[in-house]
Design a protein around this ligand. Structure first.
Ligand code: EAX
Length: 323
């Protein structure tokens, strides 16, 4: 009796051990190319998780929207048919409306301000809001500061944007803001943008230098203006059920590895911002670097007033004044 109990106990222990050491493979995805700020982020995440779990957990990475657009990937993560995705906040408010506030134009002074807000209590509160929607947001990463490109004309002042047909993200804050500049907005998934620019379905688009370079938009866009009109966060998302099933130690490994991924991600954005203008000029783009941003803010006045109403001045000021 005693012996059989012991045997049972042993075999159970072996069973648990076998399960614990079984290798799990998860999937993560981005909509941009591997050689990019987002590619470096997910490559770092998978490398760190694999190393820290001694190969128990592997993450297979998919680039260039190979598993679907950002919106589709978020849906998959929510449903659990895909464990992880890394995305700009473009389509995120359609799932987690609380994050909409981050996409307000000219909200952040610069990247340092945005990073401080996202790493601080405001960012952490927003990460927590994903849980009610079936997702664990591991960390805020970065897509970069967005600038405008087009194939028609040099943009010096807001008036130059009037009537330009531009692709926007599927994000209601962006659409409202750009409409107020006189842009003819055309929301579409990022994976369709290159072709749309090439075929002239749209005249322009707006994205950080990191994305413009990783996506070779210089091949289909002549004019770039450093409008820096909005900061674009990124977020590393995991299916909540998948995260909840991890041991406490593995949860920590994912959260710590995500932090490492964000460090590499931000460093690459800084590098792209430092080299981007020279590189894109070399590739033939005409670039306007000095823009009077106050003119853009003023032209967006009505949309900005609407955002103050929607989000509440106190909430916007809490972000604007965060030190
Ligand atoms: O995440 O949709 C966009 O313009 C995003 O900036 C891009 O997919 C990178």
């Amino acid at each position: 009796m005693k012996l059989s109990k012991l045997m049972l106990g042993l075999s159970l222990a072996v069973g648990v051990l076998a399960t614990a050491s079984a290798q799990v493979t998860m999937r993560n995805s981005i909509s941009v190319a591997q050689n990019s700020h987002q590619g470096e982020a997910i490559d770092t995440l998978s490398k760190e998780v694999e190393k820290r779990t001694n190969g128990r957990i592997k993450i297979q990475n998919f680039y260039s929207a190979a598993l679907g657009s950002e919106r589709e990937s978020i849906e998959s993560v929510q449903l659990g048919t895909q464990e992880l995705t890394t995305t700009s906040t473009g389509p995120v408010p359609n799932f987690v409306p609380e994050t909409r506030i981050l996409d307000v134009p000219f909200l952040f002074r610069d990247k340092a301000h945005a990073r401080a807000v996202l790493d601080g209590p405001i960012g952490q509160e927003l990460l927590a809001t994903f849980e009610a929607k079936g997702m664990k947001a591991l960390a805020w990463g970065e897509n970069g500061v967005r600038h405008m490109t087009n194939s028609k004309r040099a943009v010096n002042v807001p008036d130059d944007l009037k009537g330009l047909k531009m692709r926007t993200m599927e994000n209601s804050v962006h659409v409202a803001a750009y409409k107020s500049l006189g842009i003819v907005t055309t929301p579409m998934a990022f994976s369709e943008v290159f072709t749309a620019l090439q075929q002239g379905t749209v005249d322009g688009q707006e994205n950080p230098l990191s994305v413009i370079m990783a996506s070779n938009f210089d091949q289909v866009q002549k004019h770039l203006t450093l409008t820096g009109h909005v900061y674009s966060p990124a977020v590393i998302l995991m299916n909540k059920g998948t995260f909840d099933k991890l041991s406490a130690a593995d949860k920590k490994i994912f959260l710590d590895s995500a932090k490492e991924a964000v460090k590499v991600n931000r460093a690459r954005v800084d590098k792209d911002d430092a080299n981007g203008v020279a590189e894109l000029r070399k590739k033939g783009m005409t670039i306007i670097e000095n823009v009077d941003k106050s003119k853009f803010v003023a032209t967006m006045g009505p949309a900005m007033a609407e955002f103050e109403k929607q989000f509440g001045k106190a909430n916007l000021d809490r972000i604007r004044n965060y030190k």
